[in-house]
Design a protein around this ligand. Structure first.
Ligand SMILES: [Zn+2]
Length: 413
């Protein structure tokens, strides 16, 4: 193999050190001290293999390697380096390491490519700090403006606009992060599977054909706060009671839609939150996913209808706001075909698959042809401290990734 397992392992282990919650999983939120420290490591690694390092207006870190052809569109490779709260060491960094390792191999073998290559480390893919999932890639796709940066706030009430400014970026220039159509030839990402399929089937590499569509929304229920002892049941507008009915209905709607459609309420806030207070305000998240857009749209619409019904029967007022709505995305067939034949050539056990998780690649599909390689996750675990991929397994995925990049960037042999 051309890639080096020890270097990949070192990337993962070094990045894991930039962690706000040592001993309780990896927590690396965007635009924090841990983020800055991780950038320091990545910047040095990029520099060491001859990449020209810069940061775009959105805060993505990029290392560029020129190609032989002037003004040729770039082959972009990478993943994100932020994490969820208390997550694992591989979600994101595995793909950043794959891109770095690719650049190292090109550098040490002095391989020239026709197209330039950019290694990118994206920020705020998880959206754990600002609820702005896939932010780095959405900025590249021209989908983020300053108004959104001002709206999105972290738990402490700091807007993304302010956080970017304090970190040293200029949020007023966010539009400059946009990659114009035609300027990116392809975007290639490697990611851990985050599910149990590859491991269960004894496979080494997954070639993703399609990423599910995702609709994320926030629902706010305004009821009437009051004393838990003095107000009879029939005179209440209990925001949490109404929310509970809605949440039960949301899961039913996904099941009724079928074909693997899923809907999840993963976050809920109750105000004011006391044993003896009827809740006056409840907010919760809804995340709907399916490989078919129609299913996501149907469930979204029916959730809206259910909110109306339950609101009028319980005396609350519900507001629904859409945070993100991304259609299912197919990976470029030409890239999938290349990846399949590379797996054959390298003798790796592989399969085509769907991704139930969103990735930067799905957003980048609006900008360029995209490809996504999966490596197995031990026990299918992810977004938890136990998240693990054996380094030997990871290296096999990186090898497929490297050879795909060589073909896409048209390496001179
Ligand atoms: Zn990820």
């Amino acid at each position: 193999m051309w890639t080096n397992q020890a270097r990949i392992q070192r990337d993962i282990e070094e990045l894991a050190k930039f962690n706000a919650t040592p001993g309780q999983g990896l927590t690396r939120f965007s635009l924090t001290a841990e983020d800055r420290a991780a950038r320091g490591y990545l910047r040095q690694e990029m520099h060491n293999c001859g990449l020209r390092v810069y940061e775009d207006a959105a805060g993505n870190l990029v290392g560029r390697r020129e190609g032989e052809q002037a003004d040729a569109p770039v082959v972009m490779i990478g993943s994100h380096f932020d994490s969820v709260k208390g997550g694992g060491n591989f979600d994101g960094p595995a793909g950043v390491s794959a891109a770095l390792e690719t650049a190292r191999v090109l550098h040490e073998r002095d391989i020239k490519t026709r197209f330039p290559i950019e290694v990118v480390a994206m920020i705020e893919e998880e959206g754990a700090r600002f609820s702005a999932s896939l932010y780095g890639s959405r900025a590249m796709a021209g989908l983020i403006d300053t108004a959104q940066l001002q709206e999105r706030k972290d738990a402490a009430g700091i807007s993304m606009y302010e956080a970017l400014r304090q970190f040293g970026f200029n949020p007023d220039e966010i539009a400059a992060a946009r990659r114009m159509p035609g300027s990116v030839k392809a975007f290639l990402e490697l990611h851990i599977e985050q599910g149990p399929i590859l491991e269960a089937e004894g496979l080494e590499v997954g070639i993703v054909q399609e990423i599910v569509g995702i609709h994320d929304m926030k629902i706010k229920i305004n009821g009437r706060q009051g004393h838990a002892g003095t107000i009879p049941m029939h005179l209440r507008a209990d925001a949490l009671n109404a929310a509970a009915k809605m949440i039960v209905r949301i899961a039913e709607l996904a099941v009724e839609e079928g074909e693997g459609t899923v809907a999840t309420v993963g976050w809920l806030s109750v105000k004011p939150g006391g044993f003896n207070i009827i809740p006056g305000e409840v907010e919760f998240s809804v995340d709907i996913r399916s490989g078919k857009r129609q299913h996501v749209d149907n469930v979204s619409r029916r959730i809206g209808e259910a909110l109306q019904e339950i609101s009028s029967s319980t005396g609350v007022v519900a507001e629904l706001s859409s945070l993100m709505n991304v259609p299912p995305v197919r990976m470029a067939e030409s890239i999938v075909d290349r990846q399949l034949s590379i797996c054959e050539r390298l003798g790796l056990k592989h399969r085509l698959m769907q991704s139930g998780a969103g990735h930067d690649a799905m957003v980048m599909a609006g900008v360029a042809e995209v490809g996504l390689v999966f490596v197995p996750s031990l026990d299918g675990r992810s977004h938890c401290p136990e998240e693990w991929t054996d380094y030997a397994q990871l290296q096999k995925g990186v090898e497929v990734y490297l050879h795909t990049v060589l073909e896409l960037a048209e390496a001179e042999s």
